[in-house]
Design a protein around this ligand. Structure first.
Ligand code: SAM
Length: 245
């Protein structure tokens, strides 16, 4: 079942297959031209249909685990007249991918980072290792980057964007490792730490404020909060202060 982090409420609009949200538009920008795309957790299948309409991809699989979004994806695809080039499959994660699809890019968007990580881990057998991964986690970026590193994926591109009062991250990776990232790089994103874009810095200023608020609440709660938890949040706040210095 999708977790809470997989939903961001009605304001997280995907718009439609003609006009993508800025979030999905930025994901679309990372899909290589002529790709054979698997969009896993496709919901309405707006991303593959929009890309196909633009002639940006060759074929696509839209995978969905839940029946209602699966039916919705089928409807979007059939109304767009793209049935021959976009296959919609009801499947858990990467099980939507068949060897004959010869997939070259996989998008996993709008889910928690842990959910995306678990889908990748469970679906390893469906990965050839030659696909580009285009990941748009809603939080949980650190464990997702950890999985990428542990599995030999190098992060090629990262971005932070803000839409409808949410900060979104996009992580693009390919398997050409081994690669080693530090704890801070896994936390902030190795390329974002270098690029220090305005959206990235503003996101972490906001996060620092939240961490400091949490630490204040912990202090007021006294011994009720396990010391380990306090130390963990304090360490994160320290890292953010160092980053912003
Ligand atoms: C919030 S929607 C995001 C839809 C779209 N990818 C986007 O970014 O706008 C997440 C979708 O992922 C689907 N999903 C969650 N876990 C899945 C899994 N293991 N396999 C396939 N789909 C999954 C959910 O059913 C839901 O439709």
């Amino acid at each position: 079942m999708p977790k809470v982090a997989d939903f961001r409420g009605e304001k997280d609009l995907q718009l439609n297959e003609h006009t993508l949200s800025m979030r999905l538009e930025r994901v679309a920008a990372h899909v290589p031209g002529g790709a054979r795309l698997a969009d896993i957790g496709s919901d309405h299948a707006y991303l593959p249909v929009a890309l196909m309409r633009r002639g940006a991809i060759a074929t696509a699989v839209a995978g969905e685990v839940a029946l209602t979004p699966f039916l919705s994806a089928e409807r979007t695809v059939s109304e767009s007249g793209q049935d021959l080039r976009i296959t919609v499959r009801l499947a858990d994660g990467l099980a939507a991918i068949k060897p004959e699809d010869a997939i070259t890019a996989i998008s996993l968007c709008g889910m928690g980072g842990e959910t995306i990580r678990d889908i990748l881990e469970r679906g390893k057998a469906h990965l050839s290792g030659h696909e580009r991964l285009i990941l748009q986690p809603n939080g949980g970026e650190q464990p997702l980057r950890q999985w990428l590193m542990d599995n030999g994926y190098r992060i090629l591109c990262e971005e932070v964007l803000r839409e409808n009062r949410f900060d979104y991250e996009i992580i693009v990776a390919e398997r050409d490792g081994p690669v080693v990232y530090s704890e801070q790089e896994l936390y902030f994103g190795p390329l974002q730490m270098q690029a220090r874009s305005p959206a990235f810095l503003v996101k972490w200023q906001r996060r620092l404020h939240q961490k400091q608020k949490t630490l204040g609440e912990f202090a007021r709660a006294g011994q009720a909060v396990p010391e380990e938890k306090v130390q963990d949040v304090a360490r994160q706040a320290r890292w953010i202060i160092e980053l912003l210095a």
